[in-house]
Design a protein around this ligand. Structure first.
Ligand code: SF4
Length: 187
């Protein structure tokens, strides 16, 4: 009885994809399964340059715990990561480095800009600060704030998960995507 109650109280960590089910079977699309697997095993590359990075550290720690989403494996190697998280002020001198990191990441890859500085230059409207990382690389999700609270960052990460889950497997081969990269002079 105790065991039954335990299984009744099981917490569903990951919702199954859309599909058809009956006795002894469950059918869905391959893209749904791949999307589900990708979304729950995102490997982030934290490109943290200033205060927003500290807020990110708080988000990684036990109170907020990004590991709940399978994201505890931070990658400081671009070739082994699929989410570039840019957190902090990016100077114009650093822009080529950020771009090189982006180019070294394998497809499919996503980009999150955390905070006002990464999104738009923030309060640093000066000759030396890049006025938003989307001047040099495409961005998927912007998280507003100076700094954003961990809850806001988690909201942004969940938006990324939605994109990952629902992205067509063909998107990276489409003309629109090629055009987007060309607009950034990325081949
Ligand atoms: S947005 Fe605010 S908190 Fe984040 S890096 Fe810029 S100044 Fe610091």
């Amino acid at each position: 009885m105790g065991q039954i109650e335990k299984s009744k109280n099981k917490i569903k960590v990951v919702a199954p994809p859309q599909g058809y089910q009956g006795e002894g079977f469950f059918a869905t699309k391959l893209s749904e399964v791949i999307g589900l697997a990708r979304a729950n095993s995102v490997w982030p590359l934290p490109f943290a340059t200033s205060c927003c990075g500290i807020e990110f550290m708080a988000t990684m720690a036990s109170n907020y715990d990004l590991a709940r989403f399978g994201m505890e494996r931070l990658s400081f190697s671009p070739r082994q990561s699929d989410l570039l998280m840019v957190m902090g002020t990016i100077s114009k001198k650093m822009a080529p480095v950020l771009r090189q990191v982006y180019e070294q990441m394998a497809e499919p890859k996503w980009v999150l800009a955390m905070g006002a500085c990464a999104s738009s230059g923030g309060i640093f409207d000066s000759y030396s600060v890049l006025q938003g990382i989307d001047k040099v690389i495409p961005v998927d999700v912007y998280v507003p704030g100076c700094p954003p609270r961990p809850e806001q960052l988690i909201e942004g990460v969940m938006k990324i998960h939605e994109l990952v889950k629902t992205e067509s497997l063909r998107r990276r081969y489409t003309k629109e995507y090629q055009k987007l990269l060309e607009s950034y002079n990325i081949s």
